[in-house]
Design a protein around this ligand. Structure first.
Ligand code: NAP
Length: 556
């Protein structure tokens, strides 16, 4: 392996090369995915002298921010807590325009980073990885793509995204629809408006909740097909003036230091007071303040007991339910929008801008499909048990095969022919969320049971990329050719991950946090996908392992 000198021929951006002419391309490290995570991985690996190629299924950089072009798509974390922290120069030169940046601004930011650090030349676009096969004889991974390209590397790093495998509902007749239909993740670039259209949206998760008010303001008619409501709260977005941005720049160190102390890696962390020790009037005043404040404070800046103690959770849920009642004119409709099957915050809280008010418009109606289930998609629209809804456009905001879906969509074959998809059939098995046994030299940067998937993503991925690349340096320096976790380390990590699920109320709700997806066979029970110990604890676990000579890993 080289040091300081990439071995692969320069790969031009956006090229779709003739496989025979160039295959296989050999490099030190292959990274799958050019989103926030893959971009930083390339930056760091290049700095450390590893020859690296990033393979990206999309036509350009951005991952989540490249694919999710639906109107209304934006951050739920403060823009200045979301950007990369690794370059002071980058922080100084980039001006965020809104406290919670829209997708277009974020994509522009991501492109700016890629241009600034000249990262494109090691990326290949329109390059969907289909197979990754470990070659034990040569201690290499062979990676094949949809278009027949072949790449080989010593290390394979996945940055495939945690919500990048969209799932469509299993509803009969989907193909028969005569209008335009698409999943929010596959938003057609040309679809920018809805004037004069009859639109149907299935799904009221964080995506649907951002999209619905925008469509409501434009469409002739909007029918929202809701199965289970979510607890939503106001985002309170606002522009950032140049003066405010200048002040933000002087506070970056403070912001990033703050993010390092909170479980979610956000600026918001739990209130340290004990719920029952705070007088009721004071509690209520605090909740009012949270509801009126921007961002996730309403969820994770609250008393910790809201997410751990069912009684406290019920009390807070009642408080939020009243807020919904105040915002929706029709009392019966308000009741339909209030979740009854789970408490506030036990699923991902969608932050919204005018979501509840959208239902007060005469052109918007809520179709409660828990009462009148969808029977089928018809050539004209959607037929429920009550009636047919005629539509011009049908939007599936139906979510993702979360966290493991993008792994399952690649045929990953490890040592002795083991298939990752099979090993993870009943749920992922990892050590530190970084490696799986039987898959040497395969490192997951945002994998299941790791810290980054449950945190403000860039904060989590900067940690894990730094840690994994530090590990690679050590392997290189010591001439170690193969690394994978020990069986006992995987077992101990499983216990830790499972035990942590007992500590929060997340386990009580069916959501992607617990691996639930009604559109995939067998995804009704709990899957331990997420590390619930919080970012500081996860970081400590990584540091401990490294300090003890990468404890838990078998190195040859
Ligand atoms: P989601 O939270 O999984 O929501 C999917 C929605 O589709 C749910 O309302 C679900 O109903 C409904 N659904 C699925 N299949 C259905 C079917 N067959 N019939 C009727 N309804 C069906 O997915 P999402 O809204 O795309 O959000 C996923 C995650 O992406 C979020 O939790 C968040 O982490 C991330 N996200 C982030 C942002 C941001 O940062 N601002 C924005 C958007 C999304 P049930 O609830 O009944 O299953």
């Amino acid at each position: 392996m080289t040091r300081h000198q990439p071995q692969h021929p320069t790969v031009q951006p956006g090229t779709s090369r003739d496989a025979d002419a160039i295959s296989p391309v050999r490099t030190d490290v292959l990274v799958i995915g050019a989103g926030m995570c893959g971009i930083y991985a390339l930056y760091r690996l290049r700095e450390l002298g590893f020859g690296t190629i990033v393979l990206e299924a999309g036509g350009d950089v951005g991952g989540t921010w490249y694919w999710n072009r639906y109107p209304g798509c934006r951050f739920d974390s403060e823009s200045y807590s979301y950007g990369y922290s690794f370059s002071r120069e980058l922080l100084e030169e980039w001006d965020w325009k809104e406290h919670f940046a829209p997708q277009t601004e974020t994509l522009a930011y991501v492109r700016h980073v890629v241009e600034k650090f000249d990262l494109r030349r090691d990326m290949v676009f329109d390059c969907r990885v289909t197979d990754a096969i470990h070659d034990a004889k040569n201690d290499e991974w062979e990676v094949r793509t949809e278009s027949g390209q072949v790449f080989r590397s010593t290390y394979l790093l996945t940055a495939v995204g945690m919500l990048s495998a969209p799932t469509l509902p299993r509803i009969e007749g989907r193909e028969s629809f005569g209008g335009q239909a698409f999943h929010t993740y596959d938003w057609p670039e040309e679809k920018t408006g809805f004037a004069g259209e009859r639109v149907g949206i299935i799904g009221t998760g964080a995506t649907g909740v951002q999209l619905i008010p925008v469509v409501a303001a434009q469409a002739e008619a909007l029918h929202v097909f809701q199965r289970r409501p979510n607890w939503c709260a106001p985002l309170h977005n606002s522009p950032i003036s140049p003066e405010e941005m200048a002040r933000i720049k002087t506070r970056y160190d403070e912001f990033f230091a703050q993010c390092r102390t909170t479980p979610g890696g956000f600026l918001h962390g739990p209130d340290r007071r004990k719920f029952r020790e705070v007088p009721e009037a004071e509690r209520l005043a605090f909740w009012e303040e949270l509801y009126a404040s921007p961002g996730f404070g309403v969820w994770i800046g609250n008393f910790a007991e809201v997410l751990t103690d069912p009684e406290v959770n019920a009390e807070y849920s009642a408080f939020i339910a009243d807020k919904i009642r105040q915002r929706v004119s029709d009392p019966d409709l308000a009741e339909k929008l209030i979740p009854k099957d789970h408490g506030f915050g036990t699923r991902r809280v969608p932050l919204e801008t005018g979501y509840y008010e959208a239902y007060n418009r005469p052109n918007v109606d809520l179709v409660d499909v828990s009462e009148t289930p969808i029977l089928r998609v018809t050539p004209k629209g959607i037929r429920t048990t009550a009636r047919e809804y005629e539509l011009d456009t049908l939007i599936y905001a139906t979510g993702f095969d979360a966290i493991t879906g993008a792994f399952d969509r690649i045929n990953i074959i490890g040592r002795d022919g083991a298939r990752l998809r099979d090993q993870w059939r009943d749920g992922p098995l990892t050590y530190l969320g970084v490696q799986s046994r039987g898959f040497p030299n395969l490192f997951m940067l945002a994998g299941p049971q790791g810290g980054s998937v449950s945190t403000n993503f860039p904060r989590g991925i900067e940690d894990i990329v730094d840690w994994v690349t530090g590990f690679l340096v050590r392997l290189r320096d010591r001439g170690i050719r193969r690394v994978e976790p020990r069986e006992d380390a995987v077992a101990a990590w499983q216990k830790e991950v499972r035990d942590l699920y007992q500590m929060t109320l997340f386990r009580t709700a069916k959501s992607w946090f617990t691996g639930y997806n009604s559109n995939i066979e067998g995804r009704d029970g709990i899957r331990y996908l997420i590390y619930n110990g919080g970012a500081p604890r996860y970081r400590r676990r990584l540091e401990d392992a490294a300090e003890k000579g990468y404890e838990g890993f078998e190195m040859r």
